[in-house]
Design a protein around this ligand. Sequence first.
Ligand code: SF4
Length: 357
Amino acid sequence: MRHAARDYSHTPMNIYWEMTQACALACRHCRAEALPSAHPDQLSYEDGLAFLRQIPDFGDPMPHLILTGGDPLERQDLYPLIDEAHRLGIETSITPAATPALQKETLAKLKAHGVTGLGLSLDGSSASRHDSIRGVPGTFDRTLAAMRWAQELELPLQVNTLVSEETAPDIPAIYELLKPYTPARWSLFFLISVGRGKVLDPLSPDEGERMMHWAYETAKTAPFIVATTEAPSYRRVALDAMRAEGMTGEQIMRSNSTRGFGIRDGHGVVFVSQSGEICPAGFLPLAAGNIKRDRLVDIYRDSPLFQSLHDPTQFEGRCGYCEYHTLCGGSRARAYEATGDPLASDPFCQYEPKHHA
Ligand code: SF4
């Protein structure tokens, strides 16, 4: 709704580039199954430049680029690649791992090279809780330090928090901990068990629905935006609650809770893997092409996989005939993880649509 000016079947909001799988951490839920050193298939510096130079083909408005990994700080050519993105006019954020390489000077240098956003993961309200998820002692303290540095450097911050059986009871305490750091946005990532994530347990659909209601109520007074990742049915919960509160259409459209409506895996989001594979999302590892031989814009707009993800009437089961499917559409990654079919119904949502097929 807020992003109505952008046609997501034409242009993504966010391009995620997994710059490397190399990472010094060993997080229990790592999607990338990060390695101590780079994979031999990793895109070279020249490949990376060629990829970045394709992004302006999407035209105006240009997608936002998020540099992720593994740990993007592991790439020796990180700054020249950021410089090229900046030269091309691409707004760029980065999600570094909380390792000793992440210092205040690092953040200052990233900002000086044109990075406009920082993403950090915080999965516990105490060192013992967070570090047990992240696999390396000291990451909690480093994450809090990096959050403080981002505040001092006025580098806009997004904090991402895993929601699983293990972390759910701690979510309210994480919220309280975050308040003084004034992030721009807090995103609750509802676990999808891919990669090393299989060692943690997702919430049940009922527990997930309760967590979404808590997120909606919390968002009303939170000093930052509260959002969800891989839980688009939060939009149904938020919209229903706003209507029940008597909000007008105009008020609903202006609400922070409606940000991101309509975006889903492969529709508003595209993921380029460390080897150049073009996928609908990091948690939906189906390659529709490769950046080394295909044009990103062609794959995003015209490949059969992306075309089917752009069109919710092609979804199966409840997500196919649900009255919310344009603004929600379900998590395509979770549907794929559960059934092997990215067009299947999202098993995390128990909503029974009013209009049956
Ligand atoms: S049934 Fe599918 S489209 Fe409808 S609210 Fe649930 S996840 Fe979203």
